[in-house]
Design a protein around this ligand. Sequence first.
Ligand code: NFE
Ligand code: MG
Length: 567
Amino acid sequence: MTINRITVDPVTRIEGHLRVDCDIKDGKVVNAWSSGQMWRGIETILTGRDPRDAWLYTQRICGVCTTVHAIVSVRAVENALDMEIPLNAQLIRNIIMAAHGIHDHLVHFYHLSALDWVDVVSALSADPKKAEQLAQSLSNWPHNNAVHFAQVQAKVKKFVESGQLGIFAHGYWGHPAMKLPPEANLMAVAHYLEALEYQRKANQITAILGAKTPHIQNLAVGGVANPINPDEQSALNMERLAYVKTLMDEIQGFIREVYLPDVTAIAAIYADWLPYGQGVTNYLSAPDFPKDGKGTDFAMPGGYIPNGDIAQFRPITHFGDPFFEQNVKESIKHAWYDGDWTRSPYQEDTIPKYTDFDENGAYSWVKAPTFADKPAQVGPLANVLAMVAAGDERTRKYLKVAMDRIGAITRSRVPLSVLHSTLGRHAARCVRTQVLYDMLEDNYHALLANIASGDMTTFNPPTFPKGEQMGFGFHEAPRGILSHWVVIENGTIKNYQAVVPSTWNAGPRNQNDEKGPYEASLMHNPILDEQRPLEVLRTIHSFDPCLACAIHLHDNQGRDIVRVNTN
Ligand code: NFE
Ligand code: MG
């Protein structure tokens, strides 16, 4: 049999520019390459600047995970200064992280990836009454009724008849790998549209506390800039906090009664896909939602799981944990940079050297990170596995609900091992969202209780000693563990590096020529139609790629990395 090469460039419904190449033999992927096709220069401008300003710049690395590069930047500087922040500041940051994560996961499932499984055009032939029966068998969501479904159907019909599918243009409609009955497709399209509303409500919480979104404005090295006065007109008063609670109550129903039933129903109906997409099974995640000002006690555990064996889980236990610091390296052997080294982020340089796409040499702007010298998969699946390994009760509860639902539809006992897959990443993201909602509530109530106790402090001013300090911060961002690494000298930034979730997952082969997580997960995926490689999108989208995050060039000498003549 011949081997055919397919190149998907660019992969759409993601952030940034990603190219994926696959070799296909006998209808299966036998080799794969992931290539980041864009690069930028955000970190270059940090050298020589005030570390207190870094978060405002780093946050512009991405317009999707907007809060995360801000949070982790202040954490890195606070770690370098060995600082503690006030409890109120930690709780306000936690609420922002939870709300942003929920928003991000809803957008990912419904708007960035569901249409790999849901055929919008097929929804037109659904019987709204039967769609109602199906939807009501899955959940008590009040909008799951025939009248609403018929309205959605009429809306989509208008799109199709006009020949302008708009947001639904260019999907692989009618593809032989699409398996949902028309009624399930109609229900899912209805929820796609509703999810636009609910992701916005989650994001409003971020905006209320962060002053705006995308790109919050309320952080400071040492805490937050939300003055608290529960009675007066101030940045954070009872009226604002009550509004946050109203929004929380509104999004809870959608998370529990729509997102979870939808993901588990789709996973069950596509059970034939459960064997695909495993890839790299070393999993890395960060503990997050600190309960104290110092970051020594976390509500969501994280750590490292080698070879998919949760019995070997080793937790990361505190901000500054050397177990994390000493095991992270990046390799540039297969990336478009000058040299061939594998180094700790503190010691990296970034000198571009573009050579065109050379599958045996350099073929990506993304570096290849390793943990303990091995590639690692990051993201909600890594996070959920770590929480299960650490015995987190709520994660176990929601995971059981999800697995039982899949089991009820497939009429089988579904082992946890199915999570190591394309669909497993969706299921884990959904389970994580359930836990994030609990984090939102817990931190909201903790904030109110702490304010009620009379504590109004939100900021501890940092002081910068002479000489050199090094530090790193980590955060479990929506796409996985994010870390920033900073070297400060006499109060200014000497070196700054970010090792980002999509760098871990989208990275090319590493120093030992081992495949990165995207590449490895594509192996053995079935490809029914080489002209329309829907299956490649399914597996790649399940990671929720963000290429702007993955490649953020940095030059610690402050030289120009690129010159663009615009005349
Ligand atoms: Ni640009 Fe991001 C997240 C970060 S990355 S979306 O989550 O950090 O891969
Ligand atoms: Mg980097």
